[in-house]
Ligand binder design. Structure first.
Ligand code: IPE
Ligand code: IPE
Ligand code: MG
Length: 242
């Protein structure tokens, strides 16, 4: 592990890594366990990856924690996911503070049940002065909704004569996205071998490097994460240029 860390070129680190943490349910099914046990094991993987990101160090880590579309799952699953999120945020808060992690969230938080949201808002507030890893939870997040919300806000500004049509460019538009002021992700990892974005950061990933692994999220290790960072460092990012 430390051998892999040493191989990393500090000058070519991704500033922002985003992860679609997928495969908790399949992990549990393979072991003959209820899906909720897969989510519980997924929390352990989050702990590992947050730790290694702080160590490398990565500046921003965005984790796709709950999509808007996930509300289409059975109520029992959603409730257990929200409960787990609540309990984890509460139990991990002291660890986040100790490790200088700043917690933030991206998505429609106001639509989460108040009792669950409270713990997250509390942790966000308590870690707001930390200047280490920024851990961004994409919560009740949907890429298309985010773009539409931005369109509405920009339209209102235009209608109120606060912006002119010619001012609307990519930079201005980005300011109205849920992710503002985060930079676009440099690297997007998806576990469990699915080759899709599932409505995640649609605007922000236009030039993001993609990495898909067959590993199910609860099995995702620090070692594999480091190997992916090394793979990323070998890539040539061209952004359309020669
Ligand atoms: C990812 O695991 C966690 C969330 C979507 C919250 P899944 O629950 O999607 O697991 P699979 O895809 O069914 O294996
Ligand atoms: C994406 O995983 C959402 C999260 C990881 C929170 P899903 O399991 O919901 O995605 P699909 O349904 O397989 O596309
Ligand atoms: Mg899934």
């Amino acid at each position: 592990m430390s051998r892999l860390v040493e191989k990393i070129d500090p000058a070519k680190l991704p500033v922002h890594v985003a992860i679609i943490m997928d495969g908790n349910g399949r992990w549990a099914k393979k072991k003959g366990l209820p899906r909720s046990r897969g989510h519980l094991a997924g929390v352990e993987a989050v702990r590992r990856i947050v730790e290694i990101c702080g160590q490398i160090p990565i500046k921003y880590l965005t984790l796709y924690t709950l999509s808007i579309e996930n509300w289409k799952r059975p109520k029992s699953e959603i409730n257990s996911l929200l409960k787990l999120l609540y309990e984890t945020t509460r139990s991990e808060l002291s660890e986040l503070i100790k490790n200088n992690v700043r917690l933030i969230a991206t998505g429609q938080l106001e639509e989460l049940p108040f009792s669950r949201r409270k713990a997250i808002l509390h942790a966000i507030e308590k870690t707001s002065k930390n200047n280490g890893l920024v851990l961004n939870l994409a919560l009740n997040y949907g890429g298309r909704t985010e773009i539409l919300e931005a369109v509405k806000k920009v339209s209102q500004e235009f209608k109120a004569n606060r912006i002119r049509l010619k001012d609307i460019d990519e930079k201005l538009f980005s300011r109205y996205l849920f992710t503002h002021p985060l930079p676009d992700p440099d690297l997007l990892i998806r576990t469990s071998g699915e080759y899709r974005l599932s409505n995640f950061l649609l605007w922000q990933t236009s030039y993001t490097e993609l990495f898909i692994t067959n590993t199910l999220w609860p099995d995702f290790s620090k070692k594999e994460f480091l190997q992916i960072i090394l793979d990323y460092q070998k890539r040539e990012r061209r952004f359309g240029r020669l």
